[in-house]
Design a protein around this ligand. Structure first.
Ligand code: FES
Length: 128
């Protein structure tokens, strides 16, 4: 896969992405350079975001893949505790309330190996 490709990128099998459980990270690139994106499942559906807090541009997970806070209802930034709705990326508590994570397109589809989660990159944020 080239850096300019926008073909779907297989992230994991559907069963690997557990509702309210650990997220899956992938390296990415945007105009500011290296970045990472992450994928979580919430309320049965997969969601993906740029791994960059809306408060200070830092990754959310200190502990790799730990994006949900203990209730499993919100994503939380480990640095200053901003909490985000997993389905919208909107910050609903903490220092950047009202701001949003940068959402990425995610789809889930059947494959010959079983159902899987795919990232649909756009031109601005793509696999590294
Ligand atoms: S860097 Fe995320 S809450 Fe401050």
């Amino acid at each position: 896969m080239t850096a300019t490709s926008c073909e779907p990128v297989r992230i994991c099998s559907s069963e690997e992405l557990i509702d309210g459980g650990d997220g899956i990270r992938r390296k990415a690139a945007d105009k500011s350079g290296e970045a990472s994106v992450f994928f979580v499942r919430y309320d049965g559906k997969p969601f993906g975001y740029l791994n960059r807090c809306a408060h200070v541009p830092m990754e959310l997970d200190w502990s790799e893949g730990k994006f949900f806070e203990s209730s499993g209802l919100y994503l939380m930034c480990a640095t200053h505790g901003a909490i985000y709705e997993p389905d919208t990326g909107r910050c609903v508590g903490g220092p950047c309330r009202g701001a949003r994570l940068r959402k990425i397109e995610v789809t889930e589809r059947d494959t010959p190996d079983g159902p899987a989660v795919f990232w649909l990159p756009d031109g601005d944020l793509r696999p590294a």
